[in-house]
Design a protein around this ligand. Sequence first.
Ligand SMILES: [Mg+2]
Length: 121
Amino acid sequence: MTSVLIVDDSRTSRRILRDILERAGYSVVGETINGKEGVEQYVKLRPDIVTMDITMPEMDGIEALRIIKASHPEAKVVMITAAGQKDKMLEAVRIGAEEFVSKPFVEETVLEALEHCTKVD
Ligand SMILES: [Mg+2]
């Protein structure tokens, strides 16, 4: 079973993502509310995939992505984006984000992004 860590400061976003992923057979092994905890939980849980919100307090998703990829280049990170974040998206691509999913969530798009992560090395 593919394990997923959800990193997002929005309780609603975390709940929607968890519902979509669990219905599709993914195992959501953790949820954290900022990038700092996201990095800590990534190291601890070593999930197959991370969904990473961009805008979060304490440490944003770009910084968390940078830290995770620096020590674990093989990490599969799906960035969760909102409107008007093109510059951040480009930065995330440069750092090595695997996929992007925009809010509000469309179930099919979320699952396509995660599916893609399971197929690349
Ligand atoms: Mg956010």
